[in-house]
Design a protein around this ligand. Structure first.
Ligand SMILES: Nc1ncnc2c1ncn2[C@@H]1O[C@H](COP(=O)(O)OP(=O)(O)OP(=O)(O)O)[C@@H](O)[C@H]1O
Ligand SMILES: [Mg+2]
Length: 459
């Protein structure tokens, strides 16, 4: 629901912070250059310059939702603070049209000595609402924050979660023209986060411009049409949210020695993202910024950065696993998968001792380690009776990918009978990882697509 009107214009924006090697240098910097100037000497500098943001330019149209992604320290919060005016730029300009409500990481706009209720009025009036309008909305603000018993307590006694709940509630109730959200939804339980997302969608549908910083690729693609990728203070690319998020994940999972190469590749990609042609951003973006052209996310592919760092190999008992991989049915090695397609999880089992009662297994786990789906090659009642020492066994699990968008890990394991008990001969945790692409038309939510067929009839 975006218009041609520009809501936010950022041009050549840069922010340089002074970094002091020792706390005492801060005092030296405050005092000595004045003395040196007074004495007719050239003033010395007692700090290093750190550019948290460099030459960033883009525009956001009214009613547009722009996601901002990037690794820790990329400059996302700095950018938002410059846009909200809580930091002043070192270079460049920011122009924002309309009322801005910001949910920055912590602290902005609230007085810790005042109670929650007093802060609602203080913060609400700073955001431009009259006393009368705030009184009319007060109950609704308190109800949405859902911090029973705390509204009349000083804010300094709040947990950071309670603080954010109240700040979020005020921000969405002032009906801002521009809503700026910095990871604020990371606090609170899942039910509360869902409530916040629903509220953001309502504001979006009512035409608010939203800037949304999150480390969650899923949330960015859900809330935003477009996204920009910041890295080390530099705008690497701007374009369709899911394309930018795919590049962000590529950068995130790239091994340290390949980071620079991946950055260059993202920065160097040229072409135009269709919606940018109509929009202001494409026209004003500097030449170094790649407007993402094509969705590489439409086909399964191999992303060499997507290698698990959490692999655990249990001590082997006569067997090892080699070359664990995912393939397409045609045999192409992939780790970025499309939802709904068929793939094969394959590995080679190398036996250096004879084994009896053998079964091969696989398990898919979520990022947080929840076991989502697994399979074994044989039922417990009919295992492979005997495998000779020196055998090489190719194990292939063909499956239809019914997982929704997200990042997943694979375990591989081989069990055999040792006496009366079945034990692991080989066990590899997080031996491979893969990502499932988002289908923008998908109706399924959560981890798995159960093939639900919704039916909605007006009564
Ligand atoms: N006041 C400051 N003084 C010095 N350096 C700062 C200051 N504020 C931020 N920085 C530095 O600027 C860089 C960008 O910080 P910023 O908080 O914008 O990153 P971010 O992308 O929001 O990271 P995260 O994902 O961890 O929230 C960091 O290296 C940070 O250490
Ligand atoms: Mg931040």
């Amino acid at each position: 629901m975006s218009s041609e009107r520009v809501a936010i214009a950022v041009r050549g924006l840069g922010k340089c912070f002074p970094v002091y090697a020792r706390p005492s240098d801060r005092l030296r910097q405050f005092v000595l250059p004045r003395v040196q100037r007074w004495a007719g000497l050239a003033p010395r500098r007692y700090y290093e310059e750190y550019w948290a943001l460099r030459d960033v330019s883009f525009e956001v149209r009214a009613g547009e939702q722009l996601g901002i992604v990037g690794r820790n320290g990329a400059g996302k919060s700095t950018l938002l603070q410059l846009i909200c005016g809580t930091l002043t730029p070192t270079t460049g300009t920011v122009e924002v049209a309309g009322r801005v409500a910001a949910l920055l990481e912590l602290g902005a706009g609230f007085n810790p000595e005042l109670t929650g209720a007093e802060n609602v009025f203080l913060n609400g009036s700073v955001l431009g609402l009259s006393q009368q309008a705030l009184e009319a909305r007060f109950d609704s603000i308190v109800a949405f924050a859902d911090i029973p018993g705390f509204i009349d307590q000083p804010v300094k006694h709040y947990s950071s979660g309670m603080f954010m709940r109240l700040a979020f509630s005020v921000a969405v109730h002032v009906e801002p023209d521009v809503l700026v959200v910095d990871e604020a939804l990371a606090v609170g339980d899942e039910a509360y986060q869902r409530k916040c997302h629903a509220r953001i969608r309502r504001l979006r549908d009512a035409g608010a411009t939203i800037l949304f910083v999150s480390h969650s690729a899923g949330h960015v693609t859900e809330v935003c049409d477009r996204a920009l990728l910041l890295d080390r203070g530099e705008l690497l690319c701007i374009g369709r949210a899911r394309d930018v998020v795919a590049r962000y994940q590529k950068l995130l999972y790239a091994p340290a020695e390949r980071q620079q190469e991946v950055r260059q590749a993202i920065r160097g990609e040229t072409g135009r993202w269709p919606a940018d042609e109509a929009g202001a951003a494409g026209a004003s973006a500097p030449a170094t910024v790649a407007a993402v052209a094509r969705s590489t996310s439409d086909e399964p592919y191999w992303d060499e950065g997507l290698v698990p760092k959490s692999t655990v190999v249990y001590p082997p008992r006569g067997c090892t696993i080699e070359d664990a991989r995912i393939e397409t049915p045609e045999g192409a090695r992939v780790n970025v998968l499309r939802p709904g397609d068929e793939y094969v999880f394959a590995y080679r089992a190398c036996f250096d001792a004879p084994a009896v009662g053998v079964r091969f297994g696989m398990m898919v786990r979520s990022l947080t380690g929840v076991e989502l789906a697994g399979a074994v090659s044989h039922p417990a009642s009919r295992p492979l009776e005997f495998v000779a020492s020196g055998s090489r066994v190719e194990v292939r699990f063909r499956f239809r990918n019914r997982l929704n968008a997200g990042t997943y890990f694979l375990n591989a394991g081989i069990v055999g009978m040792q006496g009366e008990t079945e034990t692991y001969l080989a066990r590899y945790v997080d031996v491979a990882m893969f990502r499932v692409l988002r289908d923008p038309e998908a109706l399924a939510t959560g981890f798995a697509d159960l093939g639900v067929q919704p039916q909605v009839e007006a009564g």
